[in-house]
Design a protein around this ligand. Structure first.
Ligand SMILES: [Zn+2]
Length: 184
């Protein structure tokens, strides 16, 4: 099973602060817990925890080039997105890559690269990004932009500046190069 594990946690969890209880619909209040103000359902007598949401990113390397996609917001970045509720992050990364680029890889070919944590504002909730890398030679299929993607390109790293990618993409790329080409 490797990094797959089992376990059920029945606590109510939301990404944004819950104004209403996700279980019973009652308006929530707040209570102090461990020195922080938390949402609390007076009907269920339980806290509603606010937690970050996981996302996945894929770094596909082809020699000295990396696969970038241009999304509907006009920005270039790495393929990826949200996980389905019953999906392992590796499987989600494989699915997002196929949906956005047409490239097909097996989950066992992915190398775990790094995790990033992003909180724009506590009221909007946090994101955890889990990045994987894969060598293009492990992928099949012809690169084709998916329905949500305006364009895709394998971009040589020396040309990356022209694509104005966020700094976090450069960080993930550096980590992916280490993980994929210099294992151990
Ligand atoms: Zn409730």
């Amino acid at each position: 099973m490797g990094d797959r594990c089992r376990g059920v946690d029945r606590r109510a969890v939301t990404r944004r602060p819950a104004r209403f209880c996700p279980d019973c619909g009652a308006a929530t209040g707040t209570r102090q817990y461990d020195g922080s103000t938390r949402r609390y359902c007076p009907a269920c007598k339980t806290f509603i925890w606010q937690n970050p949401v996981p996302t996945v990113r894929m770094v596909v390397l082809d020699g000295d080039a990396v696969l970038l996609v241009r999304t509907r917001n006009g920005r270039w970045g790495l393929p990826g997105g949200y996980l389905k509720v019953d999906e392992h992050p590796r499987d989600g990364a494989v699915r997002e890559l196929a949906e956005e680029t047409g490239l097909v890889v097996h989950a066992s070919e992915l190398v775990l690269v790094c995790t990033d944590h992003h909180v724009a504002h506590p009221a909007e909730g946090g994101l955890i990004s889990i990045s994987f890398a894969v060598d293009r030679r492990r992928a099949s299929g012809r690169p084709t932009p998916g329905a949500e993607i305006l364009a895709l390109e394998f971009v040589p790293m020396r040309d990356m500046d022209a694509y104005d990618v966020p700094a976090v993409v450069h960080r993930r790329l550096g980590a992916a190069l280490s993980a994929l080409w210099m294992p151990g």
